[in-house]
Design a protein around this ligand. Structure first.
Ligand code: MN
Length: 312
């Protein structure tokens, strides 16, 4: 019997954890795991430290069950899509299972199910369900599809192949509500996010002979538009569509004047390497970091550009 299933079977109260500032993959993988645990008649809670989670993810099954306070008397935690233990947003005193697909994941838990060739954490979960003969119901299929859709940028990323589409076909067979997912993930935006996108493109600079786009977003700009942190990624991703652009960088000021960084890269520059210089990580093509202490936004811009210049 699989050791993860053994742990689940013997646990009394399980908490699934989506990472701080959750993206669609983190929410949808936790949703699929939550549904599976409910089916097994387990007592289960769902924790995410971030209070304001993008409303565009609210169609994901059981979204209304997410809590920002950590439940009591938990004996097993399962983290989904968390590359680093800091991403949990809580210090645990129970056993932990780490399910993820980030290359920078350092196997921080007692049991680690990390598949770095998977497009999304939901793909890792799909493999886990299949290998253990677990039936995928429509709610699980919908959630698994969302992670694949968003982490592959609408199935446009380089790591998408025939196997991905075969998997999608299977999820649709299982009842995935793919049209609802496509509309909510790819074709829905808040007015605040749209306004922020305008501000970001207005202030975008081109660096390294226009091979790099750079976005600096201040806390003031965030407040003025009313947008969420994750909304910054729209402009960041879109700037990669410029034919001459190989790397896109965003540095965003948090209200406590710490800096959150996000890096996108085609192939030449390892985004995860750049982020690791600031205590972060991720994938070769997309990565992120959080300075954790007060940092000057122009200062960090200069440091990042110097690192990129060495790689490009
Ligand atoms: Mn992911």
């Amino acid at each position: 019997m699989n050791e993860i299933i053994n742990k689940i079977d013997s646990a009394k109260h399980i908490v699934v954890i989506s990472h701080v500032n959750p993206d669609a993959d983190s929410i949808s993988s936790a949703s699929a795991m939550y549904t599976y645990l409910l089916q097994k008649h387990k007592k289960v809670s769902w924790y995410c430290k971030t209070k304001d989670i993008s409303k565009k993810l609210s169609f994901i099954p059981w979204f209304d069950k997410i809590r920002d306070s950590f439940p009591g008397s938990v004996d097993l935690a399962i983290s989904l899509d968390c590359a680093h233990i800091k991403r949990l947003g809580v210090e645990l005193d129970c056993e932990l299972i780490n399910i993820d697909h980030h290359e920078s994941n350092i196997d921080f838990a007692m049991i680690n199910l990390v598949q770095t060739n998977a497009i999304s954490t939901t793909e890792v979960l799909y493999n886990f369900f299949k290998e253990n003969g677990i039936k995928i119901n429509p709610k699980m299929a919908t959630a698994l599809y969302v992670g694949l859709l968003d982490d592959s940028n609408g199935f446009m990323d380089d790591n998408v192949n025939g196997t991905t589409f075969a998997l999608i076909g299977e999820l649709i067979e299982c009842g995935a509500e793919f049209k609802i997912c496509n509309k909510n993930i790819m074709k829905s935006m808040s007015l605040a996010a749209l306004r922020l996108k305008g501000v970001m493109f207005k202030n975008m600079t081109l660096e390294c002979d226009a091979r790099v786009t750079f976005f600096c977003v201040t806390d003031e700009e965030m407040m003025a538009t009313g947008a969420l942190g994750v909304d910054c990624e729209l402009a960041l991703e879109e700037s990669m569509s410029l034919a001459h652009v190989e790397v896109a960088v965003l540095v965003r000021q948090n209200s406590d004047l710490t800096i959150k960084g996000s890096i996108r890269s085609d192939t030449k520059v390892d985004a995860s390497k750049i982020a690791s210089a600031f205590g972060g990580g991720g994938h070769t093509s997309r990565s992120g970091f959080d300075t954790g202490s007060e940092t000057d936004i122009q200062d960090i811009k200069e440091k990042i550009l110097n690192l990129i210049k060495k790689e490009i």
